[in-house]
Design a protein around this ligand. Sequence first.
Ligand SMILES: [Zn+2]
Length: 444
Amino acid sequence: MLTHHGAYDGVTGSCHQLSWNNGRSSLLVDCGIFQGSDAKKHPNPEIEFSLKGIKSLLLTHVHIDHVGRLPYLLAAGFEQPIYCSEPTAKLLPMVMEDALKIGFTRSKRLIAKFNHQIRKLLRPLPYHVWQEIPGGPKVRLLPAGHVLGSTIFEVELPDGKRVVFSGDIGAGTNPLLNPPVSPEKADLLILESTYGDKLHPPKIDRQAELEKIIRRTLEDRGVTIIPAFSLGRTQALLYELNGIFERVQETEHHTLMKQIDVIVDSPLASRFTSLYKEMQDHWGEEAQTILQTDDQPLVFENLTTVGSHTEHKETLNYVDKHELPAIVIAGSGMCTGGRVMNYLKRFIGDPRTDIVFAGYQAGGTPGNYIARGSDWVRLDGRKYTIKADVHQLTGYSAHGDQSDLIRFVEETKEPVGEIRLVHGDYGPKRTLTSKLTERGYKVI
Ligand SMILES: [Zn+2]
């Protein structure tokens, strides 16, 4: 039996409970926080369901809408093992530290205590190997291509029934990640549906798109702001920028990189970048090939990383005063807080500014308002007129589109039994349901 404690009637708050043994035993998959408009429907993040009989927790990946309710879960008394991939186990403490600072407490002692508790419960597992977990089921991890460490969980229940949790599935285009792998079989598939009603534009050359924006920034000597998640997107952007600078230098024999400053104004993103470098073994094939000739594909000469808050303020003033052509990568990715807000407030009313979105913008977030071409946006309670040019870099989507999701289902080796769509708004779920039903699948 399957119960949803989030991400059923919306995109965020992923938390699913799978039970067996007549409901006496169960496991949880993810324990995420509600965000944007979902948070208005679910204002209370406390764990309201009983933990009785829950034998373990599986974490598909470290995004906050999949792990953000962990502090509440522990506060409710959860003490069972937490299974995830090795990169997820490594990234999780840092993600939680950041989430706690924003949402709960800045107390170093409390954060350290929480992370100590989490570390004791974490059981990292390798990909592609079946493992027995408490209460009788077996699990196997498959790469999901969504963020480093993202995982699809195949669960085999004691009665032999195979239940598969897709987690979030990538588009298979991120060079730093292994693409998603369909399971062998699924009697029940719990499938994400974020872009169930969309087709990403035909595969574009991401580097070419990004290069156009760089060249425009150079021409108008403006600021290009890229609101980006500190984990995943920032590293993907650095990788692509490095690729562009290297290529231009080789083919045009001039250093585009000397003329433009790339500023990563996020200490957290820089810490994640260091972790990414440590986990090169988990990078995708393309990046593995690049690594053979360039051992630092996330680093280049004209890259500045900003640390302290004082440095952040200085950088902001410096860019403003000197009218530098600069690319600023800062969080948060949906413009709900963080340092990107100060860049937006300062430069959003300037027509020379470009704002580049490289990720999903949940309904109700300022990022969503800006991305959909509104004339103004409210940032920290104040209204700002938007004069900046707004761009979407769709080639960077961390989620597969409708065709990727359908292909994921169709490439499952044995025909999929039943499908439950989660992690999607009403429209995408309805469209994907009809597409899958047309193909003979049973969506429940
Ligand atoms: Zn995610």
